[in-house]
Design a protein around this ligand. Structure first.
Ligand code: COI
Length: 354
């Protein structure tokens, strides 16, 4: 569906190097559409990137009706810009909105808006290895209200940020503190939705961990504080021999798109992949006796991030001598090549921006 485009009269200079930044820059334009109960989505538009005007008592600010998602567009080696698995992210948006009593979006029209926006701001897609254009989608409840109930009005937006590595360590092993005090999400809660509130809930534990010199925290389940859930903002995986194990999805674990990508590749390589609960005590024993040689996180922002050191209840163990393990390295290389190599799209995951 065609919609109006207002181009920026003051296009910004493109940053020379985004290598070690994540969210330091925003492009010139954004896509917006509004929703009203009874009317549906309307007022689709691309406008110059800038501030929003909001009712101070809107549902997003007061009661947390705010969800987001994000994926990356890559400038491939043939100079074609490609979105990686955008429809999987849009599908997840609709899972998040359903959990927070927010309206669904139409996948094909949102995909068309993404392509149009990235095309308009294509000069912002960085070229250096390890960089990308991060495409952030957000939906907020905009109706001003005071009683706790779902809003009847919403705004959905898409904006763009050229990014480099998420962690200062890049793809090098990070040090992780197992959090047995705070949890990221509770059983029955909103952990499986990409709700802004989940990220707010994670801040205290990660700030405490950072102040002690760790990069992030490993989250345990909310009931027993025993089973692995996620690491930082990523899903977690580990290898014992030829078996790759990752926690099964639940209502407190986000269904990561990079998790799906990694599992598809690992299965294709003939490795035994198990989605089963992982007890932190078994992890510490396995690292200690050398049966667990590698642990890593997978997520859109950092892609594949090896864990080089784990601290749990005062005990610190090095994983794989703090070196990136063979499956972690292979996954990193394979996913990166699916992102950036021309002609390499065996699963039909990419959408070209042409
Ligand atoms: C991801 O790595 O997938 C994330 O969700 C990170 C994002 C919150 C910046």
């Amino acid at each position: 569906m065609p919609f109006p485009i207002t181009t920026s009269l003051n296009p910004k200079p493109i940053p020379e190097d985004v290598g070690n930044t994540f969210g330091a820059y925003f492009t010139d334009h954004m896509f917006l559409m509004d929703y009203k109960q009874g009317l549906g989505w309307y007022n689709h538009r691309i406008v110059p990137f800038g501030p929003l005007s909001l009712h101070p008592s809107c549902a997003a600010i007061q009661y947390g009706q705010s969800i987001f998602d994000g994926f990356k567009a890559y400038r491939c080696d043939d100079d074609v810009i490609r979105l990686f698995r955008p429809l999987d992210h849009i599908e997840r948006i609709n899972k998040s909105t359903a959990r927070l009593c927010m309206p669904a979006v139409d996948p094909q029209s949102v995909l068309a808006a993404m392509v149009q926006l990235v095309d308009l701001d294509r000069r912002w897609v960085p070229r250096q290895k390890g960089t990308a254009l991060y495409v952030r989608e957000t939906m907020i409840g905009t109706e001003g209200l005071m009683g706790v109930r779902p809003a009847s009005e919403y705004t959905f937006m898409i904006f763009l940020s050229p990014v480099g590595s998420y962690y200062a360590e890049g793809a090098n092993p990070v040090s992780i503190l197992v959090s047995d005090k705070h949890v990221r999400a509770a059983r029955g809660g909103i952990g499986a939705a990409k709700a802004a509130a989940n990220y707010g809930a994670s801040l205290l534990a990660s700030e405490e961990a950072k102040s002690m010199g760790y990069t992030q925290v490993l989250w345990l389940d909310s009931t027993e504080r025993r089973f692995l859930e996620e690491v930082g903002t990523m899903n977690v995986m580990l290898r014992i021999g030829n078996e790759i194990i990752t926690p099964p999805l639940s209502d407190s674990i986000l269904a990561g798109v990079t998790r799906m990508t990694a599992l598809a590749l690992l299965r294709e390589w003939g490795l035994q992949v198990s989605e089963r609960p992982i007890d932190i005590n078994d992890v510490m024993t396995g690292i200690g006796n050398g049966t667990i040689e590698e642990i890593w996180g997978v997520g859109t922002a950092a892609v594949v991030s090896p864990i080089g050191q784990l601290t749990y209840r005062g005990q610190t163990l090095e994983v794989g001598a703090r070196r990136i393990g063979k499956v972690t390295a292979r996954l990193h290389a394979a996913i990166t090549s699916l992102h950036t190599q021309p002609g390499k799209d065996p699963y039909g995951w990419r959408v070209d921006v042409i």
